[in-house]
Design a binder for this molecule. Sequence first.
Ligand code: S3P
Length: 424
Amino acid sequence: MFELTGGRPLRGSLKVPGDKSISHRALLMGALAPGTSRITGLSTGQDVAHTAAAVHALGALLEGGDRITGGSGHLHPSNAPVDVGNSGTTMRLLSGICARFPWSTVLAGDASIARRPMDRVAIPLRLMGAAVEGEPGDGGMAGTFPPLTIAGGGLHGIDYRLPVASAQVKGAVLLAGLGADGETMVRESVLTRAHTEEMLTTFGADVEVSEDRLTTTVRPSELQPFEIDIPGDPSQAAFWAVAATLVPHSEVTIEPVYIGQARACFLDVLRRMGADIEVEMVSGTEARLHVRHTQLHGTDVGGSEIPGLVDEIPVLAVAAATADGVTTFRDAGELRVKESDRIATVTAELTALGAKVDPTGDGLVVTGAAPLSGGLVSSHGDHRLAMALAVAALVAEGTTRIEGWDAVATSYPGFEEDLRRLWE
Ligand code: S3P
C-alpha cells in the first residue's frame, strides 16, 4: 500500500532507470553473441531481472553486474521451466531465441502472464519450423496462452506481415530469423519501436531496414560481442513529465532518455495538449527533457501514433482528466491485453478518484477538469497503472491509498524515492 498526499510542487532534476525494452534486448543479444559483452545502465526492474535469470538458466554467464558471456557454445537447455515473472516482453522475445535451438524449453510466468496472448509469436515461429505449444485461455478463450513449450531447431526464413502492431513480435521473429536458413522478412503496417533492428545492426548481424522503416530483413549471421550503455527509459520519464505538467509551480529536468522511433510520441501528445516541455537533444536518439507546469487542453489520440505511446496511455489519461475539454484515445485495443486490461482498470481507478472516464471497445473518452479527490485505488498488479495513479494522487484533494503498490518494482523500484527527491 502506498499512501500519498499531493499538492507539493516537484522541482529539480532526476535520472530515470535504464530503458526496459533495450535492457531486455541487450541481455538476450549478449546471450547470443559468442564472447563477453558489457552492459551498463540496465533497467533496475524485476522484468529485466527475469530476463537476466532466464538467459542464465539457458547457459549465459553473468558476471560482475555488467558482463555477459554467451554464444551457442555456452547455451544449453534449462533443466526447469524458465520463469519470466510478469514480463510479456521476456516471454515473447525469448520465444524467438528458444525457437532456434534444437531442444525444448518451457516458458512460464505469473498469473497475469497466463492471460497474455501468445498466438502472435506462436504462429510465425511455427511457420518457421518450431513446435510451439501453449494452454487454452481462461474461460476457454481461443488461442495460445502461457506456459509455452517451444521445441526448436531447423528453422527456415519466412516473409511475414505482422497482423498486430507489436515490436515484441517483430523482435521474436527477427531473433529467430538470425538463426534460420535463408532470409526472414518482417513487414509492418505501422512503425513500432525499432530496438531489435537497431541493436542487431549495431552488434554485427546481417540486417537491412527499408527506407520507410516498415520492412526489416535479417539473414543468418553471428552477433559480435558488444558494449552498451543503456539510455534512460522514456516510458518512466512520462510519469514525471505528466506530474510536473500537472502540479502547479513544478519545474523538473529529466536526464537523457531514449527518444528514437516510436518511443516518445507521448511528448507530441502532451505538447499538443499545451504542455511546456523543452526537448534538449544530446545525441541522435537521446534527449534531456525540461518540463514546467501548465494547464492542458484535450486532444484526440489514435491511429499510427498508438504503438509509439501505448505504454503511456494510463498516465496520459491522468493528464486528460485534468485538462480542459475532452480527450479521446482510439485504436488502442492492445490495452486490453497488457499487464492488466488497461481500458477497464484505468476507467475504474480514475473514476474512483473522481475523473470522468468512459471506456470504448478500443480506447477511452476522458472528459477533463473534473476535480480529483483522494481515495482507495488498486494497481491490479499493473506497474504502469500504479505509477499513473500516484501521479493522479499528486493533484487530487486529500490522501490517496494505492493497493498493490509493490507492482511498481516490475519496472521502477525507485519511483517513490525519486518522488521524494523531487519534493525536497
Ligand atoms: C515492448 C513493446 C510493446 C510495449 C512493451 C515493450 C518491447 O509491446 O507495450 O511494454 O520492448 O518490444 P507490444 O510489442 O506488444 O506492443
